[in-house]
Design a binder for this molecule. Structure first.
Ligand code: SAH
Ligand code: SF4
Ligand code: F3S
Length: 419
């Protein structure tokens, strides 16, 4: 049987989709690139913003037509939106065979086995050839920070740190299968804690007890990023020099109403401390514009913060009211036009800054693990997580190369291979 998976949302979902794909491959199914050829269609959903839900609904609208042509097609909706909009999905799309929320994603095999025969199994470990050198490893599930705008704690449940021994075993397994880089995933990796092993200890164990070459991780919460962790990133050559540290707003008033549990000054000091100890670190962030009650003055504080801190890159979002959250009770009083304007202003400034910062790399060399190759162009990321493109005549995905940076853009750089 052929399957097609559509994934919306963050790396957690990408990781869950990979696990589902692996399960199906192990049980004799084949992955296909388009819905027409699929006997099984899986939609992995996100509900972090309205736009993500909208994507899911329009995808299901399209699937409906395929299902009319092929009534035997099995359609499953899984993930975060499936967790809380279960009834609505069932009602609006009655052709969907099953809906399985993010909290129960581990039960996927039980649900799909009602529709396909999973008794046969083949010995596939890592089929996804393109990505066999880079893998996501989930180290934590859920979140219990309850930022007032965010639906994640409601759809993913409370924070659970996975067993550190299981994580080490998983990484050892991946290394045996050729994986060279892992990205540790959690909504809040710096609050990881399992049997007295905290996130710093986990990083130490991974470097000591596995042969993985590169370690990346995301996301971090500014309220509890420890000095030990900063030291470990600084001293451990396997850990890439990139920290994604969402600020969300530069206004203390808004931060308070967002329930972020830190002030701008705290954040600012944290950034200074990180940069003091790790001079070559790249710090990136998330910003929400148009949170309820955000005045021009509040927004200006965010704008000034971007100018002061000089992030390597920002992900900017327009506030989107989410059912169940605390902020949902507040009036969404910043107009769509103002949200758009504020976002455009931030992104323009931020692009200018990151282009400038990337300019500092020109003439320097970077060690990169090659990630993609097509039409004589290869790319990979440097330790700071900045994408670098360079010309090469053959596919060297998975190899470590040295590249001399020749040109810097806001979100990527180009260079020439040296070795
Ligand atoms: N756990 C991560 C974030 C996960 S969601 C963290 O706290 O860093 C990714 C980003 O989406 C958030 O950082 C936030 O900037 C944005 N976001 C979350 N809820 C949102 C909402 N209701 N409207 C707009 N952006 C939102
Ligand atoms: Fe959402 Fe806040 Fe948890 Fe991040 S830390 S997932 S923004 S509640
Ligand atoms: Fe991720 Fe979206 Fe769920 S951001 S955790 S897939 S709500």
């Amino acid at each position: 049987m052929n399957f097609f998976i559509e994934t919306i949302g963050c790396q957690m979902n990408v990781n869950d989709s990979e696990k589902i794909a692996l399960f199906l491959l192990e049980h004799g199914c084949c992955s296909v690139d388009n819905i027409e050829q699929a006997d099984i269609v899986i939609l992995n959903t996100c509900s972090v913003r309205f736009s993500a839900e909208h994507k899911a609904y329009s995808f299901l609208g399209r699937v409906k037509e395929y299902k009319q042509q092929n009534p035997d097609m099995i359609v499953a909706v899984v993930g975060c939106m499936a967790q809380y909009a279960y009834k609505e999905i069932k009602q609006r799309f009655d052709f969907v065979n099953f809906v399985l929320g993010a909290k129960h994603i581990d039960e996927f095999s039980k649900y799909i086995s009602k529709y396909i025969d999973i008794s046969s199994s083949s010995d596939i470990t890592i089929q996804n050839k393109e990505n066999q050198f880079f893998k996501f490893v989930t180290i934590m599930r859920g979140c219990q920070n309850f930022c007032s705008y965010c639906i994640v704690p409601y759809v993913r449940g409370p924070e659970i740190s996975l067993d550190f021994e299981d994580i080490i075993n998983e990484i050892n397994n991946l290394v045996q299968n050729g994986v060279k880089e892992v990205t540790l995933l959690g909504q809040n990796v710096n609050s990881y804690k399992n049997k007295e092993v905290n996130f710093t200890n986990l990083l130490q164990k991974i470097s000591a007890e596995t042969d993985i070459e590169n370690i990346r991780f995301m996301t971090n919460h500014p309220k509890d990023l420890s000095d030990d962790l900063i030291d470990e990133i600084s001293n451990n050559s396997k850990i890439c020099k990139h920290i994604h540290l969402p600020l969300q707003s530069g206004s203390d008033n808004i931060l308070k109403n967002m329930n972020r549990k830190y002030t701008y000054d705290h954040y600012r000091n944290l950034v200074d401390k990180i940069r003091n100890k790790i001079p070559d670190i790249n710090i990136t962030t998330d910003i929400i514009v148009g949170f309820p009650g955000e005045t021009d003055n509040d927004f200006d504080k965010t704008f000034q913060a971007i100018k002061q801190i000089k992030f390597g890159g920002i992900f900017g979002f327009k506030y989107s009211p989410r059912p169940k959250t605390l902020a949902y009770k507040l009036q969404d009083d910043v107009s769509e036009t103002v949200k758009k304007q504020r976002l455009a202003i931030l992104l323009e400034e931020s692009n200018k800054i990151s282009k400038q910062l990337n300019g500092n790399y020109i003439g320097k060399t970077a060690d990169i693990l090659v990630e993609n190759f097509s039409n004589d162009t290869a790319d990979g990321r440097n330790s700071q997580n900045i994408k670098i493109f360079f010309k090469y005549s053959k596919n060297i995905v998975g190899q470590k190369v040295k590249v001399k940076i020749t040109k810097a853009l806001a979100n990527s750089m180009t260079g020439e291979i040296i070795v």
